[in-house]
Write a protein that binds this ligand. Structure first.
Ligand code: DC
Length: 671
């Protein structure tokens, strides 16, 4: 978030505008207020008189708010851009959504297919809880349609509503898609995103009912619900199925709908629906042989009755006549007149009732919108625009969508939470800013000089953590291991044995190491050569470990490290940061993880690189290296007395970073 204080008058807090009080917008407002502990001024614009209009009608008014599946399974139900969601959904998975709602006073219940509903089965309980959560920390302005948004000259944003224009430091678009326009989802958000420089991929309906070629057939069964049937969709005339699942569906005046059909519609995306046929297995529990025997005995037992009456023992009454006709038989035909060939047709129809399809219903009837702001234009960890810092896009506006079952709302919640965390921790937000008295007595925002030291054994994830925290707090990340690696690399290049202290020391005056900020990581130049990944080989690792035990090498690198920290706010990782390099750092972390956890992570990395090892072997190496690092005389890798020991064996990177941010906030007294 870009923080300039020039236009702020009475209200000194950085300001954030949210457009849309739907599932994503409300959760964002509540979570962001909570995480920033009231240090941000949050304003939500909602064009309706009430929040959550669409949320209130989902799941037939019962609100299937998430799916109680583990995160790794989640992505299998996301046909549209699952990778983009990895970070957000792992950081805030369904279990977190459930915990949140329970905490907000909505008892939940997990039903068939792991769908999660409020115990009361009233969607309004979910809406009310979210509303209270949002209103606790944000000003929600109802009946306030936004007519335009844009940038201000000082790098902020303006929002126009009701003829007035207001300035904000950050802007969150949570306007929903195009589906169910009566609820307010009319696509305004896409107009705003475009006005701010984003593109929008073509919008199409997903999770939408489907029209059948024979509308009259479906109309004759209108309102009939089929439970526990298997719906399979494949190209006309056979071929590989696009979809096949067990569930519930229903007939309408135009075709078919219900959960199974909505899910199937997602699988038909981009296909010519008029060349697809749905087949319904009306008796999935019975194989053909058993079913044929059953037909035979039913027909024999009721020889003089009409076929439609005999079928009533197998099918819902409303279906018997259309069923017989579809099988090419007169419903009034007597049972004893049904030939063997006709029985085979009945059997085929029971297992594969054919329903040639025509088209998807229009986007207005879709549960969700496929398409939207392309995922490559957003940062998957924060939902921040890659084009315009300070702009966040969450929920259904993103070009991501999932099957029915609560997955889509979970996407809204996870993306909202990701943005809330980022906004609450973004540089310039009060997390990293201190309000100081300026010369003329006006308040001025200034960034404090922050130093963070991360030490710990190899493989604990120090550098990933440091990089993430650096990004969140806008600090410079210094990888001190890379400095030792560079020394090792240089010695190898010059043919010097890295454990020969005298020879290494003698060569140091010729060594020139420079650091610069690269795109993602720090760049290191050794005597004019950008060393890149050449310092990441096992030989260089071994050499680095040896030279790092030589006092002259440590002294040689000490000043470079201290100098960087004097000039900028930094986060440094290594083995002696909290003790020697930055003893004055207010936040010191000793990051560790069990040798098993570290070896497992390393094993996965190596496997990706195609290197064959065993976890056991890596555990042994890890333990040996830990022992050497801990027991060496020079700069043993031990926690500084005032360091916080953080074991991340069971934490995700995001969670670990969250812990660090908490400490930084406390330590820098940024309340
Ligand atoms: O973290 P790393 O594996 O890239 O570090 C390379 C070597 O340098 C490793 O053997 C530990 C050593 N090192 C050190 O002694 N002090 C530091 N501050 C950083 C790294």
């Amino acid at each position: 978030m870009n923080m300039t204080s020039t236009q702020r008058t009475s209200e000194q807090r950085p300001s954030v505008a949210v457009i849309g009080a739907g599932a994503a917008g409300m959760l964002f407002a509540g979570a962001c207020a909570e995480l920033s502990r009231g240090r941000l001024r949050l304003t939500v614009y909602e064009k309706n008189r009430q929040p959550g209009r669409k949320l209130a009608i989902t799941g037939k008014g019962r609100c299937n708010l998430t799916n109680a599946c583990p995160p790794e399974e989640f992505f299998r139900h996301v046909p549209g851009n699952p990778r983009f969601l990895y970070s957000a959904v792992n950081a805030f998975p369904p279990s977190e959504t459930m915990a949140l709602f329970e905490r907000l006073g909505v008892p939940l219940e997990v039903q068939r297919g792991r769908r999660v509903f409020p115990k009361s089965e009233r969607a309004y309980d979910v809406v009310d809880a979210l509303r209270a959560y949002a209103e606790r920390g944000a000003e929600v302005r109802y009946s306030s349609p936004v007519s335009a948004v844009g940038r201000t000259e000082d790098g902020g944003f303006f929002v126009e509503s009701g003829g007035g224009r207001e300035r904000f430091d950050a802007l969150v678009l949570a306007c929903g898609g195009l589906s169910y326009p009566l609820t307010g989802s009319t696509g305004d958000g896409f107009r705003f995103a475009r006005a701010l420089g984003h593109t929008v991929t073509p919008l199409s309906p997903s999770l939408v009912p489907v029209e059948a070629r024979d509308r009259a057939l479906c109309a004759s069964m209108m309102g009939l619900t089929l439970k526990n049937v298997v719906l399979t969709v494949r190209p006309d005339g056979g071929g590989k199925p696009l979809f096949s699942e067990l569930g519930e569906m229903l007939f309408t005046h135009f075709g078919v709908s219900g959960p199974l059909v909505l899910s199937a519609s997602a699988a038909m995306r981009g296909r010519d629906v008029s060349s697809l046929t749905a087949e319904i297995d009306l008796k999935p529990a019975l194989d053909e042989k058993t079913l044929d025997a059953r037909l035979l005995s039913d027909l024999a037992a009721q020889q003089n009755r009409d076929l439609r009456n005999v079928l009533a023992g197998l099918l819902p009454a409303k279906m018997t006549e259309p069923f017989a006709r579809t099988a090419g038989l007169d419903p009034k035909k007597k049972a004893n007149a049904v030939t063997r060939g006709e029985r085979a047709r009945l059997l085929a129809c029971l297992k594969r009732f054919p329903l040639p399809l025509a088209r998807l219903r229009p986007i207005e009837e879709a549960t969700v919108t496929a398409g939207g702001v392309p995922v490559k234009e957003l940062d998957p960890r924060t939902m921040e625009s890659r084009l315009l810092p300070g702009l966040y896009i969450i929920g259904e506006m993103i070009d991501c969508d999932a099957c029915t079952g609560g997955y889509n709302l979970q996407i809204a919640f996870s993306t909202a939470q990701a943005a809330a965390r980022a906004v609450a921790a973004s540089p310039g937000a009060p997390d990293a800013a201190l309000l100081l008295k300026g010369k003329k007595g006006e308040k001025k925002t200034m960034k404090p000089h922050i130093l963070i030291a991360i030490d710990g054994p190899s493989g604990a994830g120090k550098s990933s953590l440091a990089k993430l925290v650096a990004k969140k707090l806008d600090l410079l990340y210094i990888d001190t291991g890379a400095l030792y690696r560079s020394v090792g690399y240089f010695m190898l290049r010059r043919g010097v044995d890295p454990s020969d202290a005298a020879a290494v020391t003698a060569l140091l005056p010729e060594l020139d190491i420079r650091l610069s900020a690269g795109k993602d990581a720090m760049r290191v130049t050794v005597c004019g050569e950008d060393v890149g990944d050449r310092i990441r080989t096992p030989e260089v690792s071994a050499a680095a470990s040896k030279v790092s035990a030589i006092p002259a090498v440590r002294a040689f690198l000490l000043e470079t490290q201290k100098e960087t920290a004097r000039k900028s706010s930094v986060i440094m990782d290594g083995r002696d940061i909290g003790t020697v390099i930055l003893p004055e750092a207010k936040t010191k972390i000793f990051l560790t993880a069990s040798p098993e956890a570290r070896a497992k992570r390393r094993w996965l990395q190596l496997k990706e690189q195609g290197v064959e090892t065993t976890v056991e072997e890596l555990i042994e190496q890890q333990k040996e290296r830990d022992r050497r690092d801990r027991e060496r005389e020079v700069a043993p890798a031990v926690p500084a007395p005032d360091a916080v020991v953080l074991d991340n064996s069971d934490l995700t990177l995001e969670e670990t970073a969250e812990e660090v941010l908490k400490l930084v906030r406390q330590n820098e007294s940024l309340a």
